[in-house]
Design a protein around this ligand. Structure first.
Ligand code: 5RP
Ligand code: FE2
Length: 216
């Protein structure tokens, strides 16, 4: 089981400190939410922020692109030092091509689907992706409530992987706290993004410990 703290809820004035705290707590991935104000109604970071983070951490940089036409920016994020780039199926007309582009940059490719998007819509790319991200809230903001209806989608995603022998990790993102992390684990998730639960606390390391205990 891997934890992926989302810096969306970190203190941006002390980003290096907030990244060090979760790295010291032993997490695996650092989740970076990129929003463009078009695909989602919020704006966050661009490639220059990823490039600034790259030299200060050994964590796997898990870049979640919530932007229109991700094909125009994939190379910039790869050059900035992303280890995994995840694109929304809803954000591009050429999902297969974008996944090829990401992998051609030597970066792992993930595909992500919104709550309203069925797993069947990405069936044709499941054999090629390294990660499938199931949104458990509508993308755009941290601190939203987990949507329990998504558990069925996680189970379907795992069943397809088991039946077909695919290799992808299953990641969940949105409203993750110990209780919902445990539900997602039982449904088949491998990677757990958590933003507000970890960072909206005076002691993020304690929150990470609580998540790890729930996932044990
Ligand atoms: O992709 C995201 C929002 O679009 C964030 O990764 C996600 O919401 C994490 O925040 P929280 O754990 O507070 O729900
Ligand atoms: Fe995210």
């Amino acid at each position: 089981m891997k934890l992926a703290p989302s810096i969306l809820s970190a203190d941006f004035a002390y980003l290096a400190r907030d990244i060090q705290i979760v790295e010291d707590a032993g997490v695996s991935y650092l989740h970076i939410d990129v929003m463009d104000g078009h695909f989602v109604p919020n704006i966050t970071f661009g490639p220059s922020v990823v490039a600034a983070i790259r030299p200060i951490t050994k964590l796997v940089l898990d870049v979640h692109l919530m932007i229109e036409k991700p094909e125009n920016y994939v190379e910039d994020f790869a050059q900035a030092g992303a280890d995994i780039i995840t694109v929304h199926a809803e954000s591009t007309k050429h999902l297969h091509r974008v996944i090829q582009m990401i992998q051609a940059c030597g970066v792992k490719a993930g595909v992500v689907i919104n709550p309203a998007t069925p797993i069947q819509s990405i069936q044709q790319v499941l054999s090629m992706v390294d990660l499938v991200l199931i949104m458990t809230v509508n993308p755009g903001f941290g601190g939203q409530r987990f949507l329990p209806e998504m558990l069925e989608k996680i189970r379907d995603c795992k069943r397809l992987r088991d039946e077909q022998g695919y290799q992808y990790e299953i990641e969940v993102d949105g409203g993750i706290i110990p209780e919902t992390a445990s539900l997602c684990k039982n449904a088949g998730a491998d990677v757990f993004v958590a933003g507000s639960y970890i960072y909206n606390s005076d002691v993020p390391a304690k929150q990470i410990q609580a998540l790890n205990e729930a996932l044990r």
